[in-house]
Design a binder for this molecule. Sequence first.
Ligand code: GLC
Length: 710
Amino acid sequence: MDLNWIEKLLARMTLEEKLGQMTMSPAGAAATGPIRGEATTESVRAGKVGSLLNLWGREATDRFQKLAVEETRLGIPLFFGVDVLHGHRTVFPIPLAEASVFDPDLWERTARAAAREAAADGVDLTFAPMLDTTRDPRWGRMAEGFGEDPLVGARFAAAKVRGFQGGDLASPGALAATAKHFCCGGAALAGREYAAADMSERTLHETYLPPFRAAVEAGCAAIMSAFNSLGGVPMTAHVPLLRSYLRGKLGFDGVIMSDYAAIEELIDHGVAADRAEAAGLALKAGVDIDMVSGVYLAALPEALSRGLAELKDIDAAVRRILTLKMKLGLFDDPYRRTKGARSASRAAKKLALDVARRAITLLANDGILPLGENIRRIAVVGPLAEAREEMVGPWTLAGDPRQCATILDGLRAALPEREIHCQLGVTIAGDDESGIAAARALCQNADAAILCLGEAANMSGEAASRARPELPGRQRQLAEAVLSSGRPVVALLSSGRPLIVPFLAERARALVATWFLGAGAGEAIAEVLTGRFDPTGRLPVTWPLDVGQIPVFFAERPAARPANPTDPFTSKYIDLPNEPLFPFGHGLSYAQVKLDNLRLAHAEFRRGDRIRVAIDAQNLSDRPAFETIFLFSRDCVATAAPPVLELKNWAKVKLAARQKRTVRFALAAEDLSCLDADLRPMLEPGDFDIFVGLNADRRFLLSAPLRCLD
Ligand code: GLC
């Protein structure tokens, strides 16, 4: 089985069979978009379908595969694609939560575990990793990705591709990875889902493309084009970025698929008058697979006859699809994945708990946490206290929520000797306040209150933009009542995005981002609240103080007049501070680490040199510390206005109680390159600043000057 064999097969195919291979049809196990025509035994038997989405389970996939292999003229096997974003049967924390762990090895391991489970269910390809750089928490899909920084995105991309695909795509436990959504959905106008994006070429190349470049360099098998337009060109028809950049500059030779019905939506974008034009535009741009819309099958013949499409492009698309199926081993054995041993779910559940406890991000704490022995009566209040279904997050298809312990379950299991009572008070999004009084009364009789607030799982993810990403429903009223009880309050936020909650940061004794943690939710949260596990999550996104600050992120370009509180004519608001509520990288632990003595091996460097940075980290507490230390740089003078801060690396550091040690970083000179006027990497002689710290708040970073001589 080789490319020559593919060519011979291609030569035998009719036009309809070719268009069938280019058609991906939904198979009904889960709806991830507007319901359109589903795959049927007739359509598969007639060779009108090349792949199915949203179907899993050994029997179901084998049944469709048998139809394709035994009852079609050429017996070309199907492949099955599913959104395995953060686990399959075993649900891991949502990707945004996982990103807060800042651990590529862990990111790879969860993808590997998910791949094993999904492959055993007959899945060949996942529509993941989601690699949209996102700096706008109004956009619900922030939950699905790695956050705001392209370096984090690039490392996340490579780790996930390695994890999903393993070393051999034909392995029964491997999934083809699909880097999505190419590109810039995270920059949708006003954070509104599916809305247009518009930005400079420079920002596109500095911020939004690097994760996809990393995915291609890691060998991702497929890429999904995004719904949105960029600069007026829908991504599904974006010739410069799909053909010239992905296939030309990056040399990507895998499959490009549209997003759900996106080819037909070129008509809604106003660039195609009918389905034939839409089909022609997408094909010309290099989209190989039509997900759901059926436009390739129905309208490419007309597009050919109207000169809107060329047969050579159809052949090229089919060649790539057949090559993917060959790499997946489907021609050798179409049932190879379902024969695999059932997944090792025990190991997956253990991993899910490990990721969950490490993803929890302690945002504020006056010392009330970890809960002391003196806290005997605990009031657990709020609609997320028993919200098992929400814990799986917005993009879980095969994962059964019953695997998730609730926050209340977790606390009761961890503290059997304490008196723990629960009052939900309000629902997540309802307007009924009648339960608030009872909740407040419960708190008044308690030693402390655990306030479980946040979003429903469906309030983030796709088609879940929120213009006001605050506490939904009457949760604010509940929180105010609980805070006014006078008892110590620990507030937990289960959400798919940062929520605008300055009043909680100010008045709760502790504030914890628990995201949506999946199978390990209740247990992990209890372990952190009781101090059995020290919180180590660090924010992968900037947390706004107010929706009016959005988009707010650390790597902004300098203002003409940088903010100066004493000078009115500088870049600031007159009604808000510029600073976010919490900066990128923020997160507290129960141990406290102090950084000092930043030093560079050399104050000057040349092209090709290694830049060696060292800093001393000291654990000031009597308990072990596990800290994340960030390395930033600033190019003081560059061809284009450089960001005020750029992330260049991070290190995870373990320190025993009271231990002090030196932490070292090594940068390549080229890591300090910028993009020249033609957007090519260029190392410019001149001055830089190197910064090291525990987050991106420039007021607290240690810095050292560095000069590039040539
Ligand atoms: C959805 C999403 C995409 C997903 C696809 C298949 O509309 O945009 O992320 O992979 O359809 O479910």
